[in-house]
Design a protein. Sequence first.
Length: 339
Amino acid sequence: MSAAPHDARRALAAIALALLSALFFTQTYVLNRAIASDGGHWAWTASLRYLITLPLLLPLMPWQGGIAPVWRALRAHPGAWLRCSAIGFVGFYVLLAYAADSGPAWLVAGSFQFTVIAGMLCAPFVHRHAPPGDPRRRIPRAAFAIGALIFAGVLLLQLGHAQGRMDGAAWIALGCVLGAALLYPLGNRLLLRHLERSGEDLNATQRVFGMTLASQPLWWLIAGYGWTQAGAPAWPQVLLAGAVALSAGVIATILFFQATGMVRDNPAALGAAEAMQAAELLFATALGVWWLGEAWPHGIALWGAALVVAGIAAFAWMVARPPAGRAPDPRALRTDRGA
C-alpha cells in the first residue's frame, strides 16, 4: 500500500470524526440558548460544563491509557498545561457562554465558524520555533481559500439575520464568539506542539482530561463569581449544563482531539478537520427550529448556509486528492498515540 492513498484515507477519516464531533458540539449552542432564555447566568453556564465534565471523564480513563501519564505530564510542565487550558477551554467557553443570549442558536453557531480560518491563521505563531522547512509554519493557501469561502457564508448568515443592521449588544456578542473561535483551535494546537516538544505520549482522551483538570482552579473562580452575581444555579440549569458536559465536553471534544491528532502534521488536512465544525451551523439550525421554535434562515442567510455546505464538500475533495508528485511527510501517518 502506497503512502499517498493511506494519507488520503487518514485525512478523510479525520474529517468524518470532526463532522461527528460537530454534531455533538451543536448541543452547546442549543442548550446554552435554552439556559439563557430561562435567565441562567453565563458564569454558571460556563463553569458547570467543565466542573461536571471532570467526573464524567474519570470512568473512561482506565481504558484510555490511565490517569498516571497525564498526572506526570501535568507535574512536569504545569505552566504549559495551565496556559493551554486557559486559552483553549476557559477563555473559549467563557466568551461563548456570555454570547449565548445574543440570538438564535444557529446564529451563534454560525459566528463561531470563524474557527475554520482562525486555526490556520494560528499556524505561523504556534510553529514559529519549528525548522524553516517545516510546512506547518505556513498557512496552506488552498485550505485557507476554502475556509474563507465558508466564512463568507457565515457573514451572509449574520447579515441576513440582522437585516443589514446590528445594535451594540449584537456587535459585542459577535466579538465574543469570534474570540472564542480563535481561542479554541489555538489552545488545542499549542498543546499538540507542547507534547511534540516534550516527547510525552498522550492520546485524545488523555489530552482532554489533562486540560479539564488543569483548568479546574479557574472554573472554581468563575463559579464563585457566578455565586456572587446570581446565587446558586437552578436545577434546570445544572441539568442542562450536565447535558452539555456529556455531549460537548466529553464526546465531542474527544472526537475533535482525535481527529486533529490524526493529521497534526498535515496542515491542509488539519485545517479541513477544524473546518468541519462549520457543520454545527446546519445542525444548530435544525435543532433550534425543532426544539426552540426558532425561524429558519431565509433569503441571503440561506445563501450563506449554502456556501458553508459547499466549503465542507470542497475540503473533503481537497484532502482526498493530494497533489501529484508530492511525497507526504511520514509524520502525518502516525496514529493519535504519537500526538
